[in-house]
Design a protein around this ligand. Structure first.
Ligand code: CP3
Length: 339
């Protein structure tokens, strides 16, 4: 197996910088669209043969150094008892959002092998087929809580913050339930063969540093400390470049970065005992191939002092992205980082 990615996570020497793209399996690929024509998104997530097929697509087409399980962060939330739907226009919808103690107490804990068996089946298929490592993933407790409390995506997160500030004990109860589910869910993915796991904290950046430290970080710390097995953990707190000192306290071996901070500044805040992942603005892929190469070179240079570096975008690849530019990006990383 090509273990360049795993070595970079551990801060060991690599022949070149490994690269993958968040949301690398998705709508920008005609091959993905073709599978999606036949099934809706949730069915795709729950059908191991198809989920494995679309997981492999970007590895074959872009030549990335890692695969990421095809699924969604809201899959375990549905298993906790909330009704989930994906609408083409509005994104995810969770019915009967969690707003009071009755709805918190109704949430189920999960047994991943029984409640979401398709996830572990997909991982087992992939581990048998892939020549590169497989990343399993979950939403971070705070990000999952925002979807559960708001009932979907949100602009100002008023319901979430109202619960935090007005009924902190209820908020804590909810977070403890979610954290227990995420621990079981990620551990089951590791036990099924995932070589690394990433925790997506997509909405961490809507919190002040004080609130992040009080209402999100303790649960991420507990989660990371609870995972067993020799697998790197990547913590990606989006839009949190102003609080990397706190992000580092999560205990993750790898910290994901978005494009709002230079790698040099990020390394200044993080120090040299964690590896970093990132951090090209996904919109650079709408520029020319020359521009892509120039920006890749800049990021590689900025990462030269890092314990380890995994090249990635600073957030998910966008559906409108030209495939040839995604290919050019992966090629540029491999070529320019070759040692
Ligand atoms: O990276 C990969 O290739 C693995 C697959 C993956 C998906 N979602 C597939 C998906 C991963 C890692 C996720 C994580 C996810 N899901 C996050 C965290 C990352 C981030 O973007 O911040 C979040 C917040 C979600 C919740 C979610 N799922 C939203 C808000 C949406 C709608 C927006 C959109 O992009 O359509 C989804 C749907 C979704 N998840 C799609 C895919 C491929 C599109 C569904 C389709 O095919 O129509």
């Amino acid at each position: 197996m090509n273990d360049t990615f795993l070595r970079a996570c551990r801060g060991q020497k690599t022949e070149y910088t490994p690269v993958w793209l968040m949301r690398q399996a998705g709508r920008y690929l005609p091959e993905y669209q073709k599978v999606r024509e036949k099934v809706d998104f949730l069915t795709l997530c729950k059908t191991p043969s198809l989920a494995a097929e679309v997981t492999i697509q970007p590895v074959d087409i872009l030549k990335t150094d890692v695969a990421i399980l095809f699924s969604d962060i809201l899959i375990p939330v549905e298993a906790m008892g909330m009704k989930l739907e994906f609408s083409e226009s509005k994104g995810p919808i969770l019915y009967d959002p969690i707003r009071n103690d009755i709805s918190v107490s109704r949430l189920r804990s999960i047994k991943p092998e029984e409640d979401v068996p398709f996830v572990m089946e997909t991982i087992k298929i992939l581990v048998g087929k892939l020549q590169v490592p497989l990343i399993g993933f979950s939403g971070a407790p705070f990000t999952l809580a925002t979807y559960m409390i708001e009932g979907g995506s949100s602009k100002n997160f008023i319901a979430t913050k109202r619960m935090m500030y007005q009924t902190p004990q209820l908020y804590a109860q909810l977070m403890e339930k979610i954290t227990a589910v995420v621990i079981a869910y990620l551990q089951a993915q590791i036990d099924a063969g995932a070589h690394a796991v990433q925790i997506f904290d997509s909405w961490a950046g809507v919190l002040s540093p004080l609130d992040f430290e009080r209402y999100a970080l303790p649960y991420v710390k507990q989660l990371i400390a609870s995972l067993r097995g020799d697998v790197p953990v990547i913590y990606f707190a989006f839009n949190a470049g102003s609080m990397l000192g706190l992000v580092k306290q999560s205990g993750a071996q790898v910290v994901g970065l978005d494009w709002r901070i230079t790698l040099v500044d990020a390394l200044g805040a993080l120090g040299s005992d964690v590896a970093v992942q990132g951090n090209l603005d996904p919109c650079i892929l709408f520029g020319t191939k020359e521009l892509i190469k120039e920006r890749v070179a800049g990021i590689l240079k900025g990462a030269s002092g890092a314990k380890g570096h995994i090249f990635n975008l600073g957030h998910g690849i966008l559906p409108e992205t030209p495939v040839e530019n995604a290919i050019a990006l992966v090629d540029a990383v491999h070529e320019l980082s070759s040692r």
